[in-house]
Design a protein around this ligand. Structure first.
Ligand SMILES: [Zn+2]
Length: 179
């Protein structure tokens, strides 16, 4: 994650406004250099927690933060592959060293989007179009469906633990993008 907390701008809130219920926020780089980042903050433990950070009512004050860079994709069709084509990051160029199939993301090729779309209750074309959109908010909504299907651990296997005070301080930097 290369967007710094103090310089990034909040582009959209896609989850609950409160981390207690699972916040999901999309941040952008005002200079446009770094790619947008989707960040989820949610309680680390269930209710009725008895860890050292839970209060006398079992309300736990530990949170976990996971983040994913929101890529933009495109479909590359090669001669001989008449079907859906390869689904790759939009930076892909034909002169990249490996075969285009090697650049397909872990969550799969175009056909794999059908299962994700089905489980999210959206059309597969709609999901693919959103992942190829120049609008980062549309891509982030598609990422939410990908994460819902594959699980956060596949996008960020090293969550950061935060205290409630750290969460509050972090979110205090959020400011709406106005320009
Ligand atoms: Zn706990």
């Amino acid at each position: 994650m290369s967007l710094h907390v103090t310089s990034r701008v909040l582009l959209a809130s896609l989850g609950d406004v409160s981390p207690e219920h699972g916040s999901l926020r999309l941040y952008g780089d005002p200079t446009g250099v770094e790619r947008p980042v989707l960040e989820a903050i949610r309680p680390l433990h269930e209710n009725d927690c008895d860890c050292d950070d839970a209060d006398e009512y079992g309300d736990c004050t530990r949170f976990e933060l996971r983040s994913a860079t929101v890529e933009r994709f495109k479909i590359v069709r090669l001669g001989g592959r008449l079907g859906a084509g390869y689904f790759v990051a939009c930076e892909y160029q034909p002169d990249w060293p490996m075969h285009v199939s090697q650049y397909v993301p872990f969550f799969g090729d175009v056909e794999s989007m059908r299962d994700v779309a089905n489980s999210a209750g959206v059309g597969d074309d709609e999901l693919i179009d959103a992942l190829c959109s120049e609008n980062p908010v549309e891509r982030a909504e598609a990422y939410r469906n990908l994460i819902g299907y594959h699980g956060w651990a596949n996008f960020d296997e090293y969550p950061i633990e935060l205290t409630a005070a750290e969460v509050t301080a972090r979110l205090a930097h959020d400011k709406k993008a106005s320009a």
